[in-house]
Design a protein around this ligand. Structure first.
Ligand code: PRP
Length: 208
């Protein structure tokens, strides 16, 4: 029996489709239920930001989560497979027409991804003031809370509709299958079996 942490929100739909392709139409959570038991798997529906935490603490053996979230959280879990879904970028956005000038003093950067932001600027030896927000990041430069944002960009619509544009990409992200390190050893056959089934689907998609 494997416990699988699946994310609600942004990447939930694509993830559920993979498991539905493998296990058939019966893969559905009832209404508000957060646990789905099947003969070989227990699925947990958790917040995207909590997937790696469940896996790290072995409350789930495996999980599905965006690389951006993994990089931000830095938890010690195994990255088994790129699911080639949920593709987005983490980028720096500024007001339309503004240029990124890292020499400007007292730069303020708003983000919900403070660790990725911190690393980016530290690697460039630029001292910035990072303002942690939990959502609606695009508001910050418009109302003068920050000079720029570091945020997830998928279609670019949110930035565009709020008068912002990407001035620099930091990383590309996609959804990953992850595993707890102990589960990977203790339940290796089961973990590799689901890995291979998912990998087969991903490869078939890429060849079609
Ligand atoms: C992300 C991000 C942007 C938006 C970008 O938020 O913070 O606001 O998506 O997407 P777009 O480029 O397609 O417009 P998300 O929807 O993940 O919500 P969250 O703030 O709850 O993480």
């Amino acid at each position: 029996m494997l416990t699988v942490a699946l994310p609600k929100g942004r990447i939930a739909k694509e993830t559920l489709e993979i498991f539905e392709t493998i296990f058939g139409d019966s893969f559905k959570f009832d209404d508000r239920k957060l646990i789905l038991d099947t003969p070989n798997f227990r699925f947990l529906l958790v917040r995207n930001q909590d997937v790696a935490t469940y896996v790290y603490h072995q409350a789930a053996d495996i999980g599905v989560v965006g690389l951006d979230t993994l990089e931000e959280q830095g938890l010690d879990v195994m990255r088994l497979l790129d699911l080639k879904r949920g593709i987005c970028k983490v980028s720096i956005g500024m007001r339309n027409g503004e240029k990124l000038d890292l020499n400007k003093p007292d730069l303020k950067v708003a983000s919900k991804m403070v660790n990725i932001t911190k690393r980016y600027f530290e690697e460039r030896a630029v001292s910035v003031d990072i303002i942690k927000l939990y959502g609606s990041i695009e508001l910050a430069p418009i109302i003068g809370l920050a000079d720029m944002i570091v945020d997830v960009v998928e279609t670019g619509a949110t930035m565009k509709q709020n008068g912002l544009e990407v001035v620099q990409d930091i990383m590309t992200s996609s959804t990953y299958l992850i595993a707890n390190k102990n589960s990977y050893i203790a339940k290796k056959d089961e973990v590799l079996d689901i890995y291979e089934k998912i990998n087969k689907i991903i490869k078939a998609e890429q060849n079609s």
